[in-house]
Write a protein that binds this ligand. Structure first.
Ligand code: F6P
Length: 504
């Protein structure tokens, strides 16, 4: 008989805590059992969870937790366009953008993508005059994905030089202006709602910059990426330059929609389609694979093990690949805005949900934060991400040293080292998973991101929380509006700060 969720958690809590070294000693097949390759069209990704505390029996009990959480039914709903975001009565159709989902949604996404392709190709073919630069203004999900993808994939001879500006601090926009020639610059205004104050203010300032620089018809240089096309029209953008996407695509899941316009503009249409194809491979794998063989689900088992059974409050991601230096920022929003919740779907207290996600790039982080990871009192599960093929053309020594350091850190965290001197002693038994890509090509990049999306969804299902709303961000926005409007008084500290800044 299927266990209830509570019974499944109770069974999980009964497991002993052998050390990683003991686990390896007990099972000579551990690496084979806990590693798996995901095959893409031309390349693949190796996932190795053997240096985590997952065991056969833990995996079995987590499979029971997934069954108790109706994981299969929830996953079906995700891919068939049913409501999976009950607080907003919405589906979450990001996979339809990659061709995997409800037929009508996939068709609609294809039609919108065709529109985007025509515009991207028109820019590359010179139909919009000479275009050397694109300033993309957006924030949160309308910026983090494009910034990451352009930085990761658009380094070698980009077709157009793309600058992603998110912060309302004018310093960010000024920096982009410095790097661009207004006569050959387009502005992409990316906002699902087309109301976000930071984006709309940056967009206005970008228009003013074009106008002040003598560009005729500055609004004619604007492309709107939005799920609210009527608002973009009101704002003055011509319909031919509005690239819409569906309301059922969440902001932090929107890289695959027209929000990916700067990515396609930078790397080219065919390469952008490869990003989608790589993500679609993961969609199919996630949709069609059961139990521990489902790799995003297995990653979620590991996440929940450390979160709920070992009390870890954070999880770190270190990309041993300079091209993925923005990945921790991206994953922070994906994980923390999705699963940073405190109540279940039914509104009951949930217990811990998302770990605080943080990280950096290797080897830099080794010389900054790894001290705590090796000897501090926090237990921090880590993901190491690297590529077998180098991203650089320099002497092979660079990439060898990079990869050897990555693997050495995982080994050292696990084994530790005893010493009579407590200052020189390393406790070890510190877990890490390694995600090793054959090559960081566009398809692999798309697969990596989709893997994380589904990992977050799988964890949410087992935690019984809604990963697709984000009401937590509203209160601060409302308060800022009230302060701006004036006429209301706030707490003494806020009043004093407003006064000190000359704002009241
Ligand atoms: O403030 C949170 C948020 O709503 C994110 O979820 C979203 O990615 C971001 O703001 C930007 O919203 P929009 O795309 O509507 O401008």
């Amino acid at each position: 008989m299927t266990k209830t969720r509570d019974e499944a958690w109770k069974a999980l809590a009964l497991h002993p805590d052998p050390t990683l070294v003991e686990l390896f000693a007990d099972d000579k097949d551990r690496v084979a059992k806990l590693s798996a390759r995901l095959e893409l069209a031309e390349t693949g990704i190796l996932f190795d969870w053997s240096k985590t505390h997952l065991t056969d029996s833990l995996l079995s009990d987590f499979e029971e937790l997934a069954a108790a959480s109706d994981f299969t039914a929830m996953r079906r709903k995700l891919f068939t366009g049913e409501v999976v975001n009950p607080t907003e009565n919405r589906a979450a159709e990001h996979s339809a953008l990659r061709g995997v989902g409800l037929d009508t949604s996939v068709e609609e996404a294809e039609a919108l993508r065709h529109r985007m392709m025509l515009l991207v190709n028109a820019i590359h073919d010179g139909a919009m005059g000479e275009v050397k630069h694109l300033i993309h203004v957006g924030i949160g999900g309308s910026a983090l994905g494009p910034a990451l993808a352009v930085d990761a994939l658009g380094r070698d001879a980009p077709k157009v030089d793309v600058h992603v500006v998110s912060n309302i601090d004018g310093v960010a926009l000024e920096e982009a202006f410095e790097a661009c020639d207004p006569a050959t610059t387009l502005i992409a205004v990316a906002s699902k709602t087309f109301t976000t104050i930071e984006t709309m203010t940056n967009a206005q300032s970008a228009l003013k910059w074009l106008a002040d620089s003598g560009v005729e018809d500055p609004t004619g240089r604007v492309i709107a990426l939005t799920a609210a096309p009527e608002k973009a029209v009101e704002w003055g953008v011509d319909e031919t330059r509005i690239l819409p996407f569906a309301e059922s695509v969440g902001g932090r899941y929107s890289l695959w929609s027209s929000i990916g316009f700067p990515v396609a503009t930078s790397i080219g249409w065919d390469e952008f389609e490869q990003v989608l194809a790589g993500a679609a491979k993961v969609d199919e794998h996630f949709r069609d694979t059961d139990g521990r063989d489902n790799l995003p689900l297995r990653a979620a088992f590991s996440d929940l093990y450390y979160l709920r059974l070992r009390g870890c409050q954070t999880r770190a991601v270190f990309a041993y690949d300079e091209r993925l230096r923005l990945l921790p920022d991206y994953l922070q929003q994906l994980e923390m805005e999705s699963n940073g919740k405190r109540v279940t779907v039914d509104g009951q207290p949930s217990g811990p949900t998302a770990p605080i996600t943080w990280g950096g790039v290797g080897t830099d982080a080794q010389h900054a934060v790894f001290q705590l990871l090796h000897q501090g009192t926090h237990l921090v599960p880590i993901d190491f991400i690297a590529s077998v093929e180098p991203g650089d053309m320099l002497d092979a020594a660079h990439h060898h040293i990079l990869l050897m350091n990555c693997f050495a850190q995982g080994a050292a965290l696990m084994s530790g080292k005893q010493s009579d001197d407590p200052h020189r002693s390393y406790p070890g038994d510190r877990p890490s998973a390694t995600i090793l890509c054959d090559d960081l090509d566009p398809a692999t990049f798309g697969a990596l991101i989709a893997f994380h999306e589904h990992r977050v969804f799988a964890a949410a299902v087992m935690l019984d929380i809604n990963p697709f709303d984000q009401f937590g961000v509203e209160l601060g926005k409302d308060m800022a509006k009230k302060i701006e409007a004036g006429g209301e008084s706030f707490d003494a500290s806020t009043e004093a700060l407003l006064k000190a800044a000359g704002l009241n």
